[in-house]
Design a protein around this ligand. Structure first.
Ligand code: PLP
Length: 399
């Protein structure tokens, strides 16, 4: 018999399991607010016009050759400008070590491997809660995980005092994973003022900030505004790490295009760090994929296409922000005695509704509305056609 005979099935991914159950449901009323992928007002996935135009321009070109291990250089350059600012001195001084990565997940995973290799005694502090895959990524990279407090269940907002306490109490020089904007799953971000306090406390403690920026532009509709936390840390002189993804903000989910970067003391150190990142990438996947990176470099490298992208990312963000107001208003109009202010206070793809697992079960079983057990609603799954139905169902199960 097979050497695999004693292998048990791996636990199901909680998010992908929701989609499976949704697809099996025959009800015409069914709604999927589980998965974090954008849908338009007709509930359909979107290919942005800027992406279609970039693909037209790419079509027929000789592009099947391998990329270098570090990926598409133009894409990486454009990514740095987007995150660090067009006129960033760090870019001018070549102080940033950066490589193309397999979307945001790949950027985090490569960084975790780098952390493990060059700082094997370190741990990673992640927020409670965080995107579930953060746990898997640092666990598989064999970096011990520590938790910092973040979410305040009563206010459905930020527990800033507890967060600051945890930052102060962590050993000097700790590694912290921070969501740059649109925190997943809570939709709760620190204010600009709070980011400044966090940054200055990080300075006091000598902590290292690794930003996961999976939603730049997708949160507020403006990539510059969504990069504010990153920029504050840079202004304060932090040498940060950064994972970027084009999954959400360009709708390039399956193309797996992103960027990992680390700010270094000088150009020489940046070269060394980049070469080590490449050394790590080589045996993992050899070199990153061509097509998505070419789409990104074509869009960001062309003034007209970039302008179109900025418009389109704003349309997506605005639609989600509009759905937040709509859902909240409808719940209030239905006479709900609960406060739903957090729906509009939170930002990004998700609303952390505060519903209990039992209430979520009722939504699914009685109303065919699918979401993760933690009560996280993917706002992109709502549209003018279903928001009324979802509001009534939520009102019913939270009475
Ligand atoms: N980080 C966070 C916080 C996310 O929410 C996501 C996507 O859901 C990712 C990273 C990475 O996504 P991808 O690997 O598709 O870029």
């Amino acid at each position: 018999s097979s050497w695999c005979r004693s292998i048990e099935p791996a636990p199901k991914d909680p998010i992908l399991g929701v989609t499976e159950a949704f697809l099996m449901d025959q009800s015409p009323n069914k709604v999927n607010v589980g998965v974090g992928a954008y849908r338009d007002d007709d509930g359909r996935p979107v290919v942005l016009d800027c992406v279609r135009e970039a693909e037209r321009r790419i079509a027929g070109k000789q592009i099947m050759e391998y990329l270098p291990i570090g990926g598409n250089i133009k894409m990486v350059e454009e990514s740095l400008k987007l995150a660090y600012g067009e006129n960033s001195d760090f870019i001018k001084d070549e102080r940033i070590a950066a490589v193309q990565a397999l979307s945001g997940t790949g950027a985090c995973r490569l960084f975790a491997a780098f952390q493990q290799r060059f700082h094997p005694d370190s741990r990673i502090y992640i927020s409670d809660p965080t995107w579930a895959n953060h746990h898997n990524i640092w666990r598989d990279a064999e970096v011990p995980i520590r938790i910092y407090q973040y979410y305040h269940p009563e206010s459905r907002g930020l527990d800033f005092a507890a967060l600051m306490d945890n930052i102060k109490n962590a050993p000097n020089g700790s590694f912290f994973l921070l969501h740059a904007c649109a925190h997943n799953p809570t939709g709760v971000d620190p204010t600009e003022e709070q980011w400044r306090e966090i940054s200055s406390q990080f300075k006091v403690k000598g902590h290292f900030a690794f930003f996961d920026m999976a939603y730049q532009g997708f949160a507020s509709g403006n990539p510059e505004r969504d990069a504010k936390a990153v920029r504050i840390f840079l202004e304060d002189g932090h040498l940060i790490g950064l994972a970027q993804s084009y999954a959400k903000n360009m709708g390039l989910y399956g193309q797996r295009v992103g960027c990992l970067s680390l700010v270094c003391d000088d150009a020489k150190q940046a070269m060394a760090v980049k070469s080590q990142l490449q050394q790590l990438a080589r045996p993992m996947y050899s070199s990153p994929p061509v097509h998505g990176a070419l789409i990104v470099s074509t869009i960001l490298g062309d003034a007209q296409l970039k302008k179109l992208w900025l418009q389109e990312v704003k349309v997506m963000a605005d639609r989600i922000i509009g759905m937040r107001s709509e859902l909240r208003e409808r719940l209030e109009k239905l006479g709900s005695s609960l406060s739903w202010q957090h729906i509009t206070n939170q930002i990004g793809m998700f609303c952390y509704s505060g519903m209990s697992p039992e209430q979520v079960d009722r939504l699914t079983n009685e109303f065919h509305i699918y979401m993760t057990h933690n009560g996280r609603i993917s706002m992109a799954g709502l549209n003018t056609g279903n928001v009324g139905y979802v509001a009534e169902a939520i009102h019913e199960v939270t009475k």
